[in-house]
Design a protein around this ligand. Sequence first.
Ligand code: PMP
Length: 343
Amino acid sequence: MDINKLIRTNIKNLKPYSSARDEYTGEAMVFLDANENPFNEPFNRYPDPLQRKVKEKIAAIKGCESSQIFLGNGSDEPIDLLFRAFCDPGQDNIVTIDPTYGMYQVSADINDVEVRKVKLNPDYSFSADALLAQADDKTKLIFICSPNNPTGNLLSKSETIKLLQRFSGLVIVDEAYIDFAPGASLLAELNQYENLVILQTFSKAWGMAGIRLGMAFASPAIIQLFNKIKYPYNINMLTQQKALELIEQEADKNQWVELLINERVQLAENLKDFPFVEKIFPSDANFLLVKMHDARGIYDFLVENGIIVRDRSKVVLCDDSLRITVGKPEENTILIEKLKELV
Ligand code: PMP
């Protein structure tokens, strides 16, 4: 893969904005360079534009280099940056699976990029050949999501590797839910495939959706490109501080993940005997996709009773299915008790 051939010409030629904090990063006695207010410390200062301390910690727990990490305002930010860096509006296209996470389509639409969707197999697996068959010389990106949202299943590692080996553009593997499928991340392959981009997030297993922090892992060349086009201070100071604190508490995250995986099993067990439950799809994530008789009716009944799940019944291959996030044990019990009233 030649990344220079993939990048949009205007981005290749872009002279990025250089902020005061890009030009001088050390310790100084007096900062009079950024037109900040000298009062109201520490919030008066701009945050580190490259989030060096946070990246050092992430690199240590993920076993990669800081230069292979991009941090975004949620993983939705690198999704958008991928389009802006690589896809010429009105000309290029991407290939992805169907159904999958909705933001690939939304970002593509915003950037006026065609999306070629390949339906998953009935068991929600995918075939690399089917995706590659849709790709042409205008295909810049292939998006895979594993575990996939909303189907919940991990996608085949060997099929993903096949994509990485045969596709000359970038293969994006969205691993937002990977902590719930232990040992399955493709991060270990990062050094081997320069066309691999892995997305992860602090919004799920880490319990930090509110601070908006997403990660992209890729070759230093791709990370530098993202840094060139992102907003200069895309991660605010409060988010960086909170992330530094919470990453220290990885043990909590691991406990939550273990508990939620157990709850997922328990929830599936409790749901399976309801007469209106037709199928519970196997899940490697923190949610269950459940096919039900009259899913919409059950959704409305739950909403009336203050319980909100996600109605996915209009989504391709998800007819009559609800996506139920695994909650705390007591929340899952409330759901089950409420559903008993329907029997
Ligand atoms: N990828 C997938 C597959 C998701 O389901 C989500 C959130 N629902 C995201 C990415 C975005 O996560 P965030 O922007 O919170 O990092």
